[in-house]
Design a protein around this ligand. Structure first.
Ligand code: ADP
Ligand code: MG
Length: 313
């Protein structure tokens, strides 16, 4: 040990090293943030503390702080991506503590938000919808009504009530799915988890996993139990008694008993949906079973017709 400290002393005494060292020290002490820290803590700064902490101080001035000049999280140049250093006094040295930077805070918040919205087969633009950005034209009272009821829902749900969902129906492109997407985002900003499911594709996929009962049960379970469910485009799936009774019936029965809110969107009004549910693709008619599903839907959701122009045009 003695031998080592002696050789370090020899090294620091070498003129070229000494020059370099003094240069670094000057650079460090010229840094505005370091100066501010030293003056703020002047009563705690002891003799030799700066020399002992020079490596830390140098690390501090070389790391980016508060995301200045940092274009994105993936381009973060700091030792720990998304963390920036802060100077602290730690016993006899000045040390660094790394805190989450603003860019990482925002990124993590967004991830958390996204993780609250589950979706199946829903286009990206819909998942970015929001009530703030939603366009409502003066001659679209039904859109006003739908949006304001959706917002009432969020408010009531947050205050611990069990409000009904909505059954949004109307022609293709009027923005039914878009409103459901905005609702999912609004719920996520209140930390409520929801799931937006495009029904035709979901049913197709369930049929595909018919042989694999574990994956079928898992998918069905996720949809049954999500706090807020949105069944998008119900009525566009090809109907069979299995889809109606074993899938839709099971989901709605569970959610009704558990008081879990459910939203629907459809090109059909309730009467047309009832007809769709009654007739299977093979032409069999089962009006009683269709009526049973309709009972549940009417119990769970307020029907609203959405009219207006086709936003896809
Ligand atoms: P629907 O589900 O009724 O068939 P969508 O919700 O898919 O219709 O809307 C069709 C297209 O119009 C989508 O690309 C959507 O992003 C856009 N859109 C719908 N409603 C609005 C709105 N109020 N403001 C802006 N864009 C909208
Ligand atoms: Mg749609």
């Amino acid at each position: 040990m003695d031998h080592l400290s002696k050789s370090i002393r020899n090294l620091t005494n070498r003129p070229d090293f000494k020059d370099r060292y003094n240069n670094i020290k000057k650079q460090v002490l010229n840094n505005a943030e370091v100066q501010a820290f030293l003056s703020k803590h002047s009563s705690e700064i002891e003799e030799g503390m700066i020399d002992r902490s020079l490596v830390k101080l140098l690390e501090f001035i070389n790391q980016s702080k508060n995301c200045q000049d940092c274009p994105s999280l993936s381009e973060c140049k700091n030792i720990l991506e998304g963390y920036h250093p802060r100077l602290v006094i730690q016993g006899k040295i000045i040390d660094l503590q790394y805190d989450k930077c603003p860019t990482k805070e925002t990124y993590d918040e967004r991830k958390k938000h996204e993780s609250l919205i589950k979706s199946m087969y829903i286009p990206r633009d819909i998942l970015g919808a929001s009530f703030e950005q939603i366009e409502v034209e003066i001659d679209e009272p039904s859109r006003f009504k739908a949006i304001s009821l959706a917002q009432d829902f969020v408010e009531q749900y947050n205050s611990g009530m069990s409000p009904k969902g909505l059954y949004l129906y109307g022609s293709f492109g009027v923005g039914k799915t878009y409103i459901l997407g905005a609702l999912a985002n609004e719920l996520a900003s209140h930390k409520v988890s929801s799931m937006l499911v495009y029904v035709p594709e979901f049913m197709r996929e369930l049929k595909g996993s018919f042989q694999n009962s574990t994956s079928l049960d898992e998918k069905l379970d996720a949809v049954k139990k999500i706090p807020v469910l949105m069944l998008d485009d119900i009525g566009a799936e090809s109907m069979s008694s299995w889809v109606r009774d074993d899938i839709l019936g099971t989901i709605l029965q569970y959610r009704m008993l558990e008081n879990l809110p459910t939203f629907f969107s459809s090109n059909f009004n309730l009467k047309q949906l009832q007809h769709h549910l009654a007739v299977s693709q093979r032409g069999e008619e089962e009006p009683v079973k269709a009526a049973r599903i309709m009972e549940r839907i009417k119990h769970m959701a307020i029907p609203i017709e959405l009219s207006g122009r086709n936003r896809r045009d």
